[in-house]
Ligand binder design. Sequence first.
Ligand SMILES: Nc1ncnc2c1ncn2[C@@H]1O[C@H](COP(=O)(O)OP(=O)(O)O)[C@@H](O)[C@H]1O
Ligand SMILES: [Mg+2]
Length: 245
Amino acid sequence: MIEIKNIYKSFDEQAVLSGVELKIKPGSSHAIIGRSGCGKSVLLKHIVGLLRPDSGDILVDGLSVVTMRRRDLYKIRIKIGMLFQGAALFDSMNVEENISLGVREHRLFPQNEISGRVAEKLQLVGLHGIQKKFPSELSGGMKKRVGLARALMMEPKYMLYDEPTTGLDPVMADAINDLVISVRDRLGVTSIVVTHDMASAYKVADRISMLHDGQVIFSGAPAEIRESSNTIVQNFITGNQVVVA
Ligand SMILES: Nc1ncnc2c1ncn2[C@@H]1O[C@H](COP(=O)(O)OP(=O)(O)O)[C@@H](O)[C@H]1O
Ligand SMILES: [Mg+2]
C-alpha cells in the first residue's frame, strides 16, 4: 500500500502541495486528475523519493520514503515502475538494449534469461519482434509501450504513469488505456495514473482523486465523481475548463 500523509511542498515562494492526503489500495488503479500545473507530477516524484516534502510523510508498504536511507530507497524504487512523460529511451540503443538496461544494472536476472524476458515483455505490450529497432523508427505510441515494457522488466509491484495518453491519437491512447488495465489485472500491479484526460480516467481507474490548489478535493469511484456537487470538480470533468497539456 502507498499512503500519502499530509504532505506540503513549496518551490521558492510557490506552494504546490498543501496538505495532500491519499491512500492507494493494493491491486487498484487510482487516477489522479487536475489542471495542468496543479502538482500531479510533483506528487508522483515524491512517491519514488525523487522529491522530498517540506513536511508530511509518504509510506510505501509501511516504510517512510521520506526518512529512508539511500540504500533502502534504492530497494523501494525497484518495486515501483515508472512511465514518465516522454518515454526517455536512449536513441543510440536499440529496443532490446533500452528495455534491458535497468535489469542489467541491477543484476536482477541471470544474463541468459534477459533476452527471453525482453521478448515476453514486448509481447505483453503488443510489440512482438521489434528488439532490433531503434527509437527513431518508432511512433510515439510505440515508444510509450517500449517504456512500459522496460518498466515491467523489473517486475514492479507498483506502476506510476504520468500522462500516459498525452500527445497520442485517440486510437493509440485507448491502446495504452487497455494496457494499463491489463497490467493491473494480469500482473496484479497496483497502478497510479496521473492524467488530465477524463476519458482515460473513467476507463482505467477504479478510484479517482482530484488535486486542486494543493489539496485533494475529491476522492471516490468514477460513478461518484459524476455525482459530486463540487463545482470545481464538475467544471473539470465536464470539460468546462481551459486545458493546456
Ligand atoms: N523542480 C521544480 N522546481 C521548481 N518548480 C517546480 C519544480 N517541479 C515543478 N515545479 C512547479 O510546480 C508546479 C506543479 O508542477 P507539476 O507537478 O509538473 O504540474 P502537473 O500537474 O501539470 O504535473 C508548477 O508550477 C511547476 O512549475
Ligand atoms: Mg505533469
